[in-house]
Design a protein around this ligand. Structure first.
Ligand SMILES: *Cc1c(COP(=O)(O)O)cnc(C)c1O
Length: 348
């Protein structure tokens, strides 16, 4: 844990590398990845490309860089990217699609981060010279602001088929794709088969200190690697980080179902607290979002402070909404303690 005794549920990024992971990092053979000879980075890229059924992969420092290098690889300035209005690429990447690729966003609405093929079709512009060029569809699975929701496979097939039918490229923001796979049993490769490029994260549920990757065709990944260098994300002895990712892919994927069970138990516990509104049935993966009823005489930021005083950390994401995320440093017995802390904190 980040601080001893603290139950940190702010995000699945707060994990610390385990002893086994640190050991793997120390043992990793290293080179210079900008010069192209770091064997551990190369091994990771082969492994991830294989897992996702693509020709090539590019290791990058963050999920943001993974998405943004992919957007850059697919688009030209003035192009338009279609995605859900709640997307990470809109809300949490500092306006990078505009700043780094010069693209516009066409946001789509829909419950829990989902949209329909008809919505995609409605957003695609004709060739008329006054219009931006619709170029790329981005799907986020699992969907963060949608509550860690898992896109139904059939819906993914429909929206991506519609995009392809109109000549658009497709990108999957799979920062938490591993969670979707753990929740459904569907392979990473099957999800990835619907997309030209996929970004995946090693420092969310998998517990590495740093790292994400983009996968796709050799040609697209060549473009991604150029964008990575341009954006300042090409690294040297990065095999030390790639070793953590290789370790995590091997040891930390199957255990994610436990995070999902803990999130479900957390939601069920919170649902029993007066003034807290949460639908435990909607908790599909490791994220729990809950709302504060108007009857509670405090807002989300205040409740978060009061919980924190009891050693439990969560995140306010709106004036009356709080997020709690389970991960591999959350042990089963912490869940009832977290529920108890919220229960006490809601009382005057
Ligand atoms: C966390 C996250 C990212 C990447 O975030 P970084 O903090 O840059 O690693 C991208 N997409 C989604 C959906 C995420 O949750």
């Amino acid at each position: 844990m980040s601080t001893s005794g603290v139950i940190d549920l702010r995000s699945d990024t707060v994990t610390r590398p385990s002893a086994g992971m640190l050991e793997a990092m120390m043992r990793a053979p290293l080179g210079d990845d900008v010069l192209g000879d770091d064997p551990t980075v190369q091994a990771l890229q082969v492994e991830v490309a294989g897992l996702l059924g693509k020709e090539a992969a590019c290791f990058v420092p963050s999920g943001t860089m993974a998405n943004q290098t992919a957007i850059r690889a697919h688009t030209e300035p003035g192009d338009e990217v279609i995605c859900h209005a709640n997307s990470h690429i809109i809300h949490y990447e500092t306006g990078a699609p505009a700043a780094l690729s010069g693209v516009m966003i066409a946001p789509l609405a829909g419950p829990r981060g989902f949209f329909e093929a008809a919505d995609v079709e409605g957003a695609i512009r004709s060739d008329y010279a006054a219009f931006a060029k619709s170029k790329l569809l981005v799907v986020e699975n699992t969907n963060n602001r949608g509550g860690g929701s898992v896109w139904p496979m059939q819906k993914i097939r429909e929206v991506t088929a519609k995009a392809r039918e109109h000549g658009l490229r497709t990108h999957l923001d799979g920062a938490r794709l591993w969670n979707a796979c753990a929740a459904t049993g569907i392979s990473p490769r099957e999800y990835a088969s619907c997309f030209d490029t996929v970004s995946v994260c090693f420092s969310k549920g998998l517990g590495t200190p740093v790292g994400s990757a983009v996968v796709g065709s050799k040609e697209l990944i060549h473009r991604v690697a150029r964008a990575r260098k341009m954006f300042g994300g090409a690294m040297r002895q990065s095999g030390i980080l790639a070793a953590a990712a290789l370790y995590a892919l091997k040891h930390n994927r199957e255990r994610m179902v436990n995070d999902h069970a803990n999130a479900k138990r957390l939601a069920q516990g919170l649902a029993g607290i007066g003034g807290i509104k949460v639908d435990a049935a909607e908790v599909e993966t490791n994220m729990v979002f809950f709302d504060l009823d108007p009857s509670l005489p405090m807002n989300a930021a205040e409740l978060v402070e009061r919980i924190k005083a009891r050693g439990v950390w969560m995140m306010a994401t709106a004036p009356r909404r709080i997020r709690a995320v389970t991960h591999l440093d959350v042990r089963d017995e912490m869940i009832p303690r977290a529920v108890e802390a919220v229960g006490e904190a809601t009382k005057r």
